[in-house]
Design a protein around this ligand. Sequence first.
Ligand code: NAD
Length: 510
Amino acid sequence: MALVEQVEAAPGGRRRLRLKSPADLSTIGEVEVCGVEDVRAAVERARKAQPDWAGLSFDERGRFIERAVRVLLERQDEFLEQIVSETGKPASEALTSELLMACDAMQFYAKRAKRILAERVLPLHLLKTKKLRISYRPMGVVGIITPWNFPFLLSLNPSVQALMAGNAVVLKPSEVTPLSGRLVEDLFTAAGLPEGVLSVVVGDGETGAALLEAGIDKISFTGSVATGRRVAEICGRNLVPCTLELGGKDPMIVCADADLDRAARGAVFGAFSNSGQVCTSTERVYVVEDVADEFTRKVVQETARLRQGAEGEFDIGPIIRPEQLEVIESHVADALAKGARLLAGGRRNPDQAGFFYEPTVLADVDHDMLVMRDETFGPVLPIMEVRDEQEALSLANDSRYGLNANVWTRNKRRGTQLARSVDSGCAVVNDCMLTYGVAESPFGGIKESGIGRVNGDLGLKSFCHTRSIVVDRLGGRSEPIWFPYTARKARTFKRVMRMLWGSSLGRLLS
Ligand code: NAD
């Protein structure tokens, strides 16, 4: 069964999608799909609105964003209800991982963009008669395409960064969670953002593809590796800069001296929060043999305490997209067929009407199994016993992904060294995931996990063109390297080169 169903369109009418709750399969609503013309119109509106928006000062732009924070605080229950109805995630989880982090992101960039994007004047190391000005100009209209796992935060956060940098935004949220994506537009409309500066175009891959071809100036894409490749191809052809935030297969390394209680709780949270549908979920654990039995026993104990459900207080919600459920089942079946041992879960939850998969713990796994190689994106925690930290490290790096990683040890220095040795864009010591939620931290992957960074100074600057202006300070009739070229000038340059880079005093000065 599909969670998002095509509705028969009236002749000449627009395509429509019917949305169902992943928790109880009830119908939530219908949306009209934006076609090529709608997308072009949104980009056109954004193009018209952008210069005036960019003409505002950082403080003026920041005031709109701060107003949006206040609107979100006032209407948080309404926003929560919408996100929970589309995703089925526990309300407490939606509160912290979507709304709380959204408020933090908005306030962070509203307050700091002015400093981060301030023009810098630099003296030059060699050309003392010049100075350099580095400034950041908005790119124009930014297209933002987002997935369904954190439908509000992942749509809002890049939008805020693009807006604070002076761009207009056309946002295309996932077809699985379009109503939560649309909340971003509702929020900024309520905050009084000028017409056209941010609009949402709702639809599936066709709408996303139309946005890529609509003449935008930058794409910020968050989603799967397969779609990311297609996005990169089109951006390559059109020479449009893109940031790609893609999938992950994050390793966890548990050293012999780790605090095993904390590590086991961290493993369970890292693997099962949002039902494992997090790009930075802990998807594979390497635990050194001295502590493997004790660690695994604690993980199984913690897992048994989790409450899966759809109403009231619970910890684990449904799988948001039924196709993902099939991926999860195929990974677990493959592991069991190849000799893995099932310690918890391992099946759909028979007590629930919706798409629920029980939190699952596997032992005796190896790298021949899909569950250790491909992104599962579900509540599955495979634990592999290793000889020592070195073996853990080489297995952690035996992956085509490189998004995030986590390392657990009481020796923080050693933990940081290990974290540095993991091939990933981000890592955490004695905690898990987290990096996306730390606004100062540039976030993104290496290898197939993506290209570029969002968040922090670097992320904000990625929504800008960097412009360098060199200014001559002294004037005068001519410069030494200008015409005419003469033998005398050449001899002088040779002397200068020897002096600058052939002597220790020169190297000190250059
Ligand atoms: P997806 O690639 O299927 O879809 C992502 C978005 O792309 C959706 O809005 C979709 O409609 C759109 N899209 C689909 N085809 C398109 C096309 N041809 N052109 C343009 N747009 C198109 O991904 P998903 O299933 O929604 O999300 C899950 C994936 O996202 C997982 O792999 C997860 O790891 C990844 N993810 C990564 C991050 C990160 O920050 N690195 C964060 C969250 C999720």
